[in-house]
Design a protein around this ligand. Structure first.
Ligand code: ITT
Length: 201
């Protein structure tokens, strides 16, 4: 294996992925850097299915041996809201709606809900595929709760309303290094790296 191409159009994710994998001796490219432009319909029923759909769609375009496509499908599950927005996290209230508004809406829907019922988690599935097909899928999660107000300017998406008990702050208030060490994405990517190393892909 000589190169990983990430099947994502999300620049915030891509930034985190590069930092998480910065000590891996591997060429890492975004889909755009690899010159691949694909509109992928994410119609799976789980994070794992959607990650596979994205990785397989891009891998089907590959001609070169030794290139592996990774895809990240991730989102926020809020227990009180029946695990919403879940796999629809990017599409919640509309793909182009600013996160300030999405986060405010979630806080409104959680009004009056006590701390013990505000549990939530970020989930990340990473799928890997090459020109011969799918290799494997890994999952990482981080448990937390929905706070009462947005706070912090780091991270992206739902980070300002997702709080960690152990740190008493939102994941948007953590340094990028600490978020990456603890996060769903950090865990799923580390698991994938170990798995591919053990399979000697
Ligand atoms: P690609 O499919 O092109 O990778 P996307 O943004 O559409 O980009 P997803 O379908 O996986 O990606 O949706 C993930 C959404 O979940 C993302 O847009 C955020 O709203 C949310 N999310 C995932 N990880 C997050 C994190 O670490 N912090 C905050 N929000 C996160």
């Amino acid at each position: 294996m000589k190169k990983v191409i990430f099947a994502t159009g999300n620049q915030d994710k891509m930034g985190e992925i590069r930092s998480i994998l910065c000590d891996w001796d591997m060429e890492i490219q975004s889909m755009r850097e690899a010159g691949i432009d694909l509109k992928i319909v994410e119609d799976g029923k789980s994070f794992e299915e959607n990650a596979s759909i994205k990785a397989n769609a891009v891998a089907a375009q590959l001609e070169e041996e030794g290139v592996v496509v990774f895809a990240d499908d991730s989102g926020l599950e809020i227990d009180y809201l029946g695990k919403e927005p879940g796999i629809y996290s990017a599409r919640y209230l509309g793909e182009d709606t600013p996160y300030k508004i999405k986060n405010q809406k979630i806080l409104e829907r959680m009004e009056g809900v006590p701390k013990e019922k505000r549990t939530a988690r970020f989930v990340c599935a990473i799928a890997a595929a090459d020109k011969h097909g799918e290799i494997c899928v890994t999952r990482g999660t981080i448990e937390g709760y929905i706070g009462w107000e947005p706070s912090g300017a780091n991270g992206f998406g739902y980070d300002p309303i997702f709080y960690l008990d152990e740190y008493g702050c939102s994941t948007a208030e953590l340094s990028p290094e600490l978020k990456n060490q603890l996060s769903h994405r950090g865990k799923a990517l580390s698991a994938m790296r170990r798995k591919l190393e053990s399979l000697a892909v």
